[in-house]
Design a protein around this ligand. Structure first.
Ligand code: ZN
Length: 208
C-alpha cells in the first residue's frame, strides 16, 4: 500500500469507527508505519472529518516532519512500535463500554475480559490492564511500552483500549472486538456465565 493509499485508508477507518460510535467527540487516534517513520492522526481532530493531506507525519525517531501536529497521545503509539517491530498500525479509542470495564475495581488485571466468544479469542486473545497514569505523561508511555512487550492489546485503566496490529484493519477489528466483548461482560455481570474451556481455547489458538 502506498503512503497515499494508507492516508486514505486511515481516513476511511476513522470515519467507520466514528460512525459506529467508538470515537465520540475528538477522542481516538490511529497511526501506521511508513518506510521512513509514521503517519498519525492530528491532535484535536474529529474522526468524522479527517483530511488525508493534513495527516501528521513523523520520522523514524518520532519527530513531527509534516502535516498538522500529531495527537498528544503519540508517545503511546511510539512506545508500542518500539516494543513490537512487527506492528504496522495502532488504533486507540475511548469507546464507552471498554472504558466502563477499564473503570471497574474488581477485574483480573492480567487479562481483563473473559474468553466468552471465539471471535474475541481469535482477534484479541489476552488484554492486560495498564495501571492509570495521566494521558500525555511520559510515565504512561513508559508503562505502555513495558506492557506492550508482552501483549499487542492493552486496556489503559480509566482511559481506554489500544491495539497494535499487523495491519490497520487487523488493529481496528481487535478494537471492535474489545468493545463488543466489554458490552457482553457488562451485560453478564452478576449472571452465572460459561466461558470457553481450556480445551475449546486450545482448538482456537495455534499450537506453538
Ligand atoms: Zn486516550
Amino acid at each position: 500500500m502506498s503512503d497515499f493509499e494508507l492516508r486514505n485508508a486511515i481516513v476511511a477507518q476513522a470515519r467507520s469507527l466514528f460512525d459506529r460510535g467508538l470515537c465520540p467527540g475528538t477522542s481516538g487516534n490511529i497511526s501506521a508505519r511508513i518506510y521512513d517513520g509514521y503517519l498519525m492522526t492530528p491532535t484535536g481532530a474529529s474522526f468524522a472529518t479527517l483530511d488525508a493531506v493534513r495527516m501528521s507525519q513523523l520520522d523514524a525517531d518520532g519527530r513531527h516532519v509534516d502535516g498538522d501536529p500529531p495527537t498528544e497521545e503519540s508517545p503511546l503509539h511510539l512506545a508500542m512500535y518500539e516494543q513490537r517491530p512487527e506492528a504496522r498500525a495502532i488504533v486507540h479509542v475511548h469507546s464507552t463500554y471498554a472504558v466502563a470495564v477499564a473503570c471497574l475495581a474488581d477485574v483480573d488485571a492480567d487479562d481483563v475480559l473473559k474468553p466468552l466468544t471465539p471471535d474475541y479469542v481469535l482477534r484479541v486473545g489476552r488484554l492486560p490492564l495498564v495501571p492509570y497514569a495521566k494521558p500525555g505523561d511520559a510515565a504512561l508511555a513508559e508503562v505502555v511500552g513495558a506492557y506492550a512487550a508482552e501483549s499487542r492489546a492493552l486496556l489503559l485503566a480509566n482511559h481506554g483500549p489500544i491495539v497494535a496490529g499487523s495491519s490497520l484493519v487487523d488493529a481496528a477489528n481487535a478494537i471492535e472486538q474489545i468493545e463488543e466483548t466489554a458490552k457482553l461482560v457488562l451485560l453478564l455481570r452478576g449472571v452465572p456465565t460459561r466461558v470457553l474451556t481450556s480445551g475449546e481455547l486450545a482448538q482456537l489458538r495455534p499450537s506453538t
